[in-house]
Design a protein around this ligand. Structure first.
Ligand code: CMC
Length: 373
């Protein structure tokens, strides 16, 4: 019998329609609800972009004020979430901590199984509000630093940095952070968003879908790449002569058949639409912190990779060094991605439920032929 055609990795397969975002690799553009992401990153707050992804339109002034009020009021972590995090070993990967914390919030919510549009929007706002506190709580715990409670007078981006470092950095830093969150917010049917939609399609709850999505994002072929970029930079080494050392390092890594993290993309083959915007913010940080060696390393490896393989950087390549410069631990980079992508994930979860069909593909059997005992 003839084997059915297999679409390995679902590459090139269109599984459903979405109105949340449009990725166009031909024109190298990414639209959130019709707006180019670069335009949003130039002038909008992360809160406005979250609202846009959920509702399809930017908020009016009154809508934004109402959303900010409820978001700011929910930022602090409940004692049970802190207790569970404290129970986890310091050796746990921060992504495992974030995944566990979201699961605890879900298990503690009396309305977990209310998947009405209002119920799911309320849960989306709760997770949006609390993820920065989870991420910063865990980073401070690892560093042996005391907890810093959220401040209601700060916007999302400034408050995230405040809770992480206990000070409000200069505008250039807050702005680069805001830009990174907007660029990370949404990207159509990537692996973690698809995971969230698969879980949602069984009519499971939003927290379960997000918990699964965090698991998918952790992998280095997906969100874990921003962390992996810094591991590579550390291997090559900061400081003088970075370009020459990058070339030698790359030769060896390719000979060992390693994947070079922060390069390549399933959809973009001519370059990632988000990279120029994030690169600009990274360069501003490099100037602000006076770290030209970071740019040498960044450009050295990029040039070597382009020349050797013709494979271009993805968003994780400039965002990893940017988070490093801001002072985040390398292991905290992917949890920041979670805090950003919660917006896209939850927008997709709500969209999935509007026209749900159980996601259940087929497989081609290639085991032993039928046999009998
Ligand atoms: N380093 C070395 N070789 C690569 C890389 C890379 N980063 N990316 C692609 N290639 C090679 C690949 O080995 C293959 O070569 P060959 O034909 O000789 O086997 C060729 O390029 C085509 O790649 P592919 O496997 O068809 O590409 P894919 O669409 O399956 O993979 C990818 C996309 C993102 C998994 C891959 O590029 C990769 O592993 N990149 C490194 C991890 C990474 O940076 N991930 C972040 C993705 S974007 C943002 C995000 O989600 O966080």
């Amino acid at each position: 019998t003839e084997q059915p055609q297999i679409f390995k990795g679902l590459a090139g397969v269109v599984v459903d329609a979405t109105a949340v975002s449009k990725v166009n690799p031909e024109t190298n553009s990414l639209l959130y609800r019709g707006y180019p992401v670069q335009e949003l990153a130039a002038s909008k707050s992360f809160e406005e972009v979250a609202w846009l992804l959920w509702h399809g339109e930017l908020p009016t002034a009154a809508e934004l004020a109402g959303f900010q009020k409820s978001e700011r009021a929910q930022r602090a972590l409940d004692a049970n979430v802190k207790r569970v995090i404290d129970e986890l070993p310091l050796t746990a990967h921060p992504m495992d901590v974030v995944r566990t914390a979201v699961s605890v919030i879900g298990a503690s919510d009396p309305n977990t199984d209310d998947s009405s549009p209002e119920g799911n929007l309320a849960k989306s706002i709760t997770l949006f509000a609390k993820l920065p506190a989870i991420v910063s709580y865990d980073q401070r715990r690892r560093r042996g630093e005391g907890v810093i409670e959220p401040r209601e007078d700060l916007d999302y981006s400034a408050n995230f940095l405040w809770m992480s470092f206990g000070e409000i950095p200069d505008d250039v830093v807050v702005d680069a952070f805001r830009v990174s969150l907007i660029l990370y917010a949404e990207h159509s049917f990537n692996a973690s968003t698809f995971t969230a939609r698969v879980i949602t399609s069984t009519l499971s709850d939003l927290y379960s879908a997000v918990t699964g999505a965090i698991g998918a994002l952790k992998g280095p072929l997906h969100g874990g790449a921003n962390e992996a970029v810094l591991h590579i930079f550390n291997e090559i080494g900061f400081g003088p002569d970075a370009p020459a050392r990058s070339e030698a390092w790359l030769e060896q890594a390719l000979a060992e058949k390693r994947k070079i993290m922060g390069f390549g993309h399933r959809v973009y083959k001519k370059g990632d639409s988000r990279v120029p915007t994030m690169r600009k913010s990274m360069v501003e940080l490099i100037e602000y912190y006076n770290r030209p060696d970071v740019l040498d390393l960044y450009e050295g490896l990029e040039a070597a990779m382009t020349e050797r393989k013709g494979i271009l950087p993805n968003l994780d390549y400039p965002s990893g060094p940017a988070y490093h410069l801001m002072g985040f631990d390398t292991l905290t980079f992917t949890p920041i991605f979670v805090a950003a992508r919660i917006t896209g994930w939850t927008a997709h979860i709500m969209e999935q439920l509007q026209a749900n069909a159980l996601i259940r593909p087929l497989s081609a059997y290639n085991g032993v032929d039928e046999r009998h005992l």
